[in-house]
Design a protein around this ligand. Structure first.
Ligand SMILES: NC(=O)c1ccc[n+]([C@@H]2O[C@H](COP(=O)([O-])OP(=O)(O)OC[C@H]3O[C@@H](n4cnc5c(N)ncnc54)[C@H](O)[C@@H]3O)[C@@H](O)[C@H]2O)c1
Length: 242
């Protein structure tokens, strides 16, 4: 499998280059040794790995448009425009999308869905996430994904991003999301399920970024040669028999 790393000089890009070694045929970044996107994607590239930022996607689009290479993207902070771009790209190639490539977070999402079946309506969910000081988007894509799981399972669907001042009593419709930033934290997510007389805490800590890089490379193996469409961690984990 021949790979291209887009965002190759970033924290994730550097790790991916290290982990994937000789499989990496092309690197794109505004920062050297990455090449700028005005150099076309080499034809032999099977899968493009993207860990950049939404503002970089105009350049990613220039690279992808003339090619049918598959895409694995872990970029977060996606808005409606980026979601449209994903749909267009997926009409011509396999596109794997996940705001978090770690198996632990995948399992955390499943545990949350399981808990929601029994607790939604009676318990409140407050999500606390903590990331390194260089992270540009907040809340994290993972926190938003987890909030979406809670909402889809009947939990509160009014997102409250932080609390300050006299906001009044908490409504049962709310899902609180709180972002901490500092140091070199790779990524912590805590799900506080708060009931009357008891509370439950589900928690995940990434102890380093290697877990995300390894997950992205597994995703690349999975989508390589697949039919056009959107693929997610659910597809990857089903393949693994989970
Ligand atoms: N899905 C996951 O598992 C996962 C894990 C970690 C990080 N992330 C996400 O991945 C993204 C990157 O994270 P990071 O910590 O590596 O960030 P980073 O800021 O260290 O790296 C981003 C890189 O993109 C480059 N870039 C910017 N504009 C570009 C352009 N036009 N063309 C090419 N490259 C361009 C930057 O120069 C930088 O080197 C973020 O959105 C982050 O939230 C996802």
């Amino acid at each position: 499998m021949k790979l291209c790393v887009f965002g190759s000089s970033g924290r994730m890009g550097r790790l991916l280059r290290e982990e994937a070694g000789n499989s990496v045929m092309a690197c794109y970044d505004l920062i050297p040794p990455g090449t700028k996107a005005d150099v076309p994607l080499p034809e032999e590239v099977d899968v493009v790995l993207d860990f950049s930022l939404p503002a970089a996607w105009k350049d990613l689009d220039r690279l992808l448009s003339p090619s049918s290479a598959a895409l694995v993207t872990g970029t977060t902070g996606l808005g409606p425009r980026e979601k449209e771009m994903l749909a267009v790209w997926a009409s011509a190639r396999a596109v794997f999308v996940s705001s978090n490539m770690s198996i632990g977070i995948y399992v955390l999402g499943k545990l949350l869905a399981y808990a929601a079946e029994m607790l939604a309506g009676d318990f409140d969910l407050e999500i606390v996430e903590c990331h390194h000081s260089g992270k540009v988007d907040s809340p994290s894509g993972t926190a938003l994904t987890l909030a979406g799981i809670w909402e889809n399972c009947g939990g509160g669907n009014r997102r409250m991003l932080g609390r300050s001042g006299a906001a009044g009593p908490r409504s049962p419709e709310e899902t609180g999301i709180h972002s901490l930033r500092g140091g070199d934290v790779a990524g912590d997510h805590q799900l506080h399920l708060l009931g009357k007389g008891e509370r439950l805490l589900l928690s995940h800590s990434a102890t380093g970024r290697r877990t995300f890089a390894a997950g992205a490379l597994k995703a690349a193996e999975y989508v390589n040669g697949k039919a056009p469409g959107i693929y997610t961690m659910d597809d990857l984990m089903r393949r693994n028999g989970s």
